[in-house]
Every structure is written in structure tokens, then in C-alpha cells.
Design a protein around this ligand. Structure first.
Ligand code: TPP
Ligand code: SF4
Length: 284
């Protein structure tokens, strides 16, 4: 007992299949109930019910002790544990109130810095974003994205805008999202000769979900040409502050070209770069 409240044993699960022995161990010393705090669907909650004795009450999203939908906040969990939500002032001392931001040194930053400068040269630019770390370009300090819907939609939104006469119509998409569901949109742009610029921010990984390999790494230019984009309108730049003028000029040239073009801004995510450098050092 601590401050008159019962202590809880905590088991953190980050694997599948579930560690059944650990789950059983969790309730072995006579636990009466288990609260499953699980983002997304209550999959673990359902499975754990079959692993523990029926005398143990398994609580979570399925039982309504945690909300069935939406993000789990500290307050949701406090309520499920029978505690009052933290007063706002106390919360601010636990977690600083700040919006999410791109890492310092991230190549997406340099890509947006150049794109914003070029966009300002046109009376009504429209920039369509997509899903990944670079979605944060919608927030301060960039405010670079006018719309963002779902994986791959940046290109089809830009196509729709371009076909309706919008100029420039620019899609910003990550390398992984491009190979996940952006390629079909680019093929549509080629078929209709749509006047879009697709800016692929290629950090050579899937940054937002933790740095998994990206399906098209090393082949993006070939893929774009294979889809029918003219090779001279598949351009590659390196998003670094020193290359700002070159990137801006490349963007201007492709905006001026009346057809589908691709600009690939390629520089490795600094988080995976750090890991790769550490692994290489360890191998020496
Ligand atoms: C339909 C769907 N599948 C998977 C995801 C998970 N997801 C979020 S962002 C992302 C890809 C991000 O990679 P990338 O486009 O390369 O951008 P980065 O985060 O590296 O900047 C994925 C797969 C999702 N949001 N929606
Ligand atoms: S994880 Fe990588 S891609 Fe994402 S913001 Fe950080 S440096 Fe950029």
C-alpha cells in the first residue's frame, strides 16, 4: 500500500504473439483485476481474457473502463484506475505543452523552407500534403500544407486541382507513402498530362513509424520514369541549407513545365542516420 492506494504490477507488452507466461505471472500472486491500456483496437484485452483465470476481471476498452475510440490520455487512465484527472496546473508541470515538430536537422525542414520561398512567388499556390513526419509541415513554423487527407491522396488532390486550372498544384509526399499509395496517382497524372509537381521528400526510410525500410529506396527515379514521367522531369536535389538556391530553381523550372514532373528531395532521416553510423562504428 502506498498513500492508502493499492499498488499495481505493470507489464508492458510490445510484442506479438503475447508473452503468455508473463501474463500468467502477472496475475499469479492473486491479482483480482487487470486493466489493459491499449491503443487502437482492444486486441490484447480480448486475448488476455483467455489466458487468466475467470476470477480475474479483465478491464479496458471492451468493458468501457477506457474509451472505446480515440487516443488514450493520462486522464482516461487515471479515471480507469479510479483516480481523479490531474488539475490543469499540475498537468503542465508533468508534460510541457508544446506542439509536435520535425527533428532539428531533418531534411524535410530544408525541403519546406525552399518550397515556401518558391510558393510565395505565385499568387495562389496550392500544396497538398500526405502522411508521414513531413505532415508536420502543416504546423508552425512552416504552415506549408493547404490540405492533407490520407495516405497517397496528395497526388490525386494535386491532380484534381491542376486539372481544374489551379497553378501551381504541388503534392508533397514521403518516399514510403509514395510507394504505398502515391504511385497510382502519379500514373493518372501521366495519363492525363496533368500539370502537377510531385515533390517526394525521400529520407530513405519510414520515419514516422520508427525507421523501417522503405519499399522504393534506390529506385524512385526508375519507378517515376517507369510510370511515364519524362526522365528530364524527374529531378533530384539534396535538402540542405547550402543547396537552397538550387532547390528553389529546380522547383521553379518544374512548376513552369506544363506536365507532370517529380522533384525528389533526398537526404537520410537523421534518426536512422545516427543508428546506421553507430552500427557501422560497432562493426569496426
Ligand atoms: C493506410 C495506412 N497505413 C499505414 C499507416 C502508418 N503510417 C503512417 S506514416 C507512414 C509512412 C511514413 O513514411 P514516409 O512517407 O516515408 O514519411 P516519413 O515519415 O519517413 O517522413 C505510415 C506507413 C497509415 N497512417 N495509414
Ligand atoms: S524522425 Fe527522421 S524524418 Fe522524422 S522528423 Fe525526425 S529526422 Fe525527420
Amino acid at each position: 500500500m502506498e498513500n492508502g492506494e493499492p499498488e499495481a504490477s505493470v507489464l508492458k507488452i510490445t510484442q506479438y504473439p503475447l508473452p503468455e507466461a508473463l501474463v500468467k505471472q502477472l496475475v499469479a500472486d492473486g491479482a483480482e483485476e487487470v486493466l489493459v491500456v491499449e491503443e487502437g483496437q482492444p486486441v490484447v484485452e480480448e486475448m488476455i481474457r483467455g489466458m487468466v483465470p475467470s476470477s480475474v476481471a479483465v478491464k479496458g476498452r471492451l468493458t468501457g473502463d477506457l474509451p472505446r475510440m480515440g487516443e488514450l490520455t493520462p486522464d482516461c487512465v487515471r479515471l480507469a484506475l479510479g483516480k481523479e484527472p490531474l488539475p490543469v496546473r499540475e498537468k503542465e508541470t508533468v508534460v510541457a505543452n508544446r506542439p509536435p515538430a520535425l527533428c532539428q536537422g531533418c531534411g524535410h525542414r530544408d525541403m519546406y523552407a525552399s518550397l515556401n520561398e518558391v510558393a510565395r512567388e505565385y499568387p495562389q499556390p496550392r500544396i497538398f500534403g500526405d502522411i508521414g513526419c513531413y505532415t508536420l509541415g502543416a504546423l508552425s513554423p512552416f504552415h506549408a500544407i493547404h490540405a492533407c487527407v490520407e495516405m497517397g491522396a496528395s497526388i490525386t488532390m494535386a491532380k484534381g486541382a491542376a486539372d481544374a486550372g489551379q497553378h501551381p498544384a504541388i503534392a508533397v509526399i514521403g518516399d514510403s507513402t509514395f510507394t504505398h499509395s502515391g504511385m497510382t496517382g502519379l500514373l493518372d497524372c501521366v495519363n492525363s498530362k496533368s500539370n502537377v509537381v510531385v515533390l517526394i521528400s525521400d529520407n530513405l526510410t519510414t520515419g514516422m513509424t520508427g525507421g523501417q525500410d522503405s519499399a522504393g529506396t534506390g529506385r524512385l527515379e526508375q519507378i517515376c520514369c517507369g510510370l511515364g514521367v519524362e526522365p528530364e522531369h524527374v529531378r533530384v536535389v539534396v535538402p540542405l541549407p547550402k543547396n537552397m538556391e538550387e532547390i528553389k530553381q529546380t522547383l521553379r523550372e518544374e512548376i513552369d513545365y506544363a506536365g507532370p514532373s517529380v522533384v525528389i528531395a533526398r537526404r537520410e532521416c537523421i534518426q536512422t542516420l545516427k543508428r546506421h553510423l553507430k552500427a557501422a562504428k560497432a562493426q569496426k
